[in-house]
Design a protein around this ligand. Sequence first.
Ligand code: SF4
Length: 66
Amino acid sequence: MDVYVDPDKCIGCEICVNACPDIFEMQADGLSHVKEDAAACEQEGCCEEAAELCPTDAIFINGEPR
Ligand code: SF4
């Protein structure tokens, strides 16, 4: 499962970081990013939940927004 945050859509609300802190982190640009050392998305079980909670559909899983 490939996960990606579109920096043009992310508004830095931190919802995904709170929902799935092992995958997403806030960085200095004020936006969410997938952690460098993130475990595989499917192992965490919260990736899709975070994507569904994202208010701007900025999180793409396998190339698709949720
Ligand atoms: S939930 Fe969406 S808009 Fe909010 S920080 Fe995460 S990616 Fe960005």
